[in-house]
Design a protein around this ligand. Structure first.
Ligand code: RNT
Ligand code: ZN
Length: 414
């Protein structure tokens, strides 16, 4: 067993301070999405079907069916994830009490009081999302771009209501609340009018964002296509990027599953950093047509982390996760995906970033290449293990025993 001191010495040879790296990592919050726990189901109508160009596949047992179950599962996952956390919830996770139920255009902060209580007890912030899918008024896949003015109005009201709820989270919890608009709107086949839906969407957004609200970081999330809307997406990259660039206080959210597979979100981050002081992210793993596989410690995740770390952008890039896999234990999915994002950040923090930048600027590309390759085989895993130990979470595969125990004692009884 190599002790941590020797590991630090190995890194020290490259001018890398492993101690500093783990301290910095501990300060980077990850917003963990609640929806991995129940396949984006929400609490509105048990067994309701997910729609809107997104899908979960698989039927692994033990899915959370109630707020209590979802919160308990989240807690279990969080107990196995080191570092700072936030929780990201959706409007369809409103918790109604005393038999009350309102439609989405009438949602109020009180319907999320239980979530605030949950977050307060754990000292975490809440990020939020209006839910523009899985609803009868979105059955045709059109919401804020709908030509049906009644429907469009309903969804505008929903967006406004959600922003007020996000402001309530910010006020109650003393930290910002990122409120992200993603809509499924699009067409399966080649549309006859591509501008009309976008002009309606633009108008809807203007109305939603009209009210100034403290503590809310508003964002809009683009997508290249969804299942069933393969030919046209109203909220495209160009549309939302232009919207955010031309509207103060509205930011552009990058979901790395929402681009052509050969496009890299890691290269979009430094581009946006030149213009925006906030960049909300949905970190995920795209696989062919799916944009929502559990985050792996793959090259692109590492590259995304590098762009955050080496640009000192951890206060600017708001890291959120967005994946949902129903084919494996959902708690394990949360733990693996979140720990992978953190591992990627640690990996990036353990690179000789300043020296590499200098080599680039001096044109010393041979040395730059050599260095980048050499540091790849430093004992990164041992620093990660130490980080886990210091944060009182199991290192290595030890955490999985906890999930297995929870699976047999809790999940299997559902
Ligand atoms: C869908 C978007 C969106 C959703 C969540 C549930 O393609 O990525 O962010 O995944 O809002
Ligand atoms: Zn997303």
């Amino acid at each position: 067993m190599i002790d941590f001191k020797s590991v630090c010495e190995l890194y020290g040879k490259y001018g890398i301070d492993a101690e500093k790296a783990i301290n910095r990592l501990a300060e980077i919050p990850i917003s963990i999405h609640c929806w991995q726990g129940d396949d984006v189901g929400g609490f509105e109508n048990a067994g309701g079907k997910l729609s809107g160009g997104i899908q979960t596949t698989g039927n692994y047992f033990g899915k959370a069916r109630t707020p209590e179950e979802l919160m308990a599962d989240f807690d279990k996952a969080a107990s196995l994830i080191p570092g700072k956390k936030r929780i990201n919830i959706h409007a369809c996770y409103a918790i109604f009490e005393n038999g009350e139920k309102v439609d989405r255009d009438k949602l109020e902060p009180k319907h999320f009081a239980k979530w605030v209580e949950f977050a307060k007890e754990r000292g975490i912030g809440i990020d939020f999302n209006p839910t523009f899918f899985s609803h009868p008024l979105a059955a045709d896949g059109l919401t804020l771009s709908s030509p049906d003015e009644e429907k469009r109005k309903f969804w505008i009201e929903h967006g406004k209501a959600c922003r007020r709820i996000a402001a309530y989270f910010a006020k109650e919890l003393g930290t910002h609340s990122c409120c992200n608009v993603w809509i499924p709107d699009g067409y399966k086949d080649v549309p006859a009018d591509r501008v009309g839906p976008r002009m309606r969407l633009r108008d809807s957004l203007d109305k939603i964002f009209e009210e100034k609200l403290d503590g809310v970081i508003d964002s809009v999330e683009s997508k290249v296509f969804g299942i069933g809307v393969e030919s046209y997406t109203a909220g495209s990259n160009e549309f939302y990027l232009s919207y955010a660039a031309s509207h103060e206080n509205v930011y552009f959210l990058l979901d790395n599953g929402h681009f052509h597979p050969l496009e890299y979100v890691s290269d979009k981050i430094p581009s946006l950093l030149c213009y925006f002081d906030k960049i909300p992210l949905h970190v995920t793993r795209g696989v062919r047509w799916d944009s929502d596989h559990v985050v792996a410690l793959d090259d692109e995740t590492k590259e995304i982390a590098k762009e955050i770390v080496r640009n000192n952008a951890e206060d600017k890039v708001l890291i959120g996760l967005d994946f949902f896999d129903a084919s494996i234990n959902r708690i394990a999915a949360w733990v693996i995906g979140t720990r992978n994002m953190q591992k990627a950040l640690l990996y990036a923090l353990l690179m000789p970033n300043a020296r590499m930048k200098e080599l680039q600027d001096k044109g010393q590309f041979t040395e730059l290449f050599m260095l980048g390759e050499e540091v790849k085989t430093l004992p990164f895993g041992l620093v990660w293990d130490e980080y886990c130990r210091r944060n009182n979470v199991p290192a290595g595969e030890e955490w999985f025993k906890e999930v297995q125990k929870y699976e047999s004692e809790v999940l299997s009884k559902r």
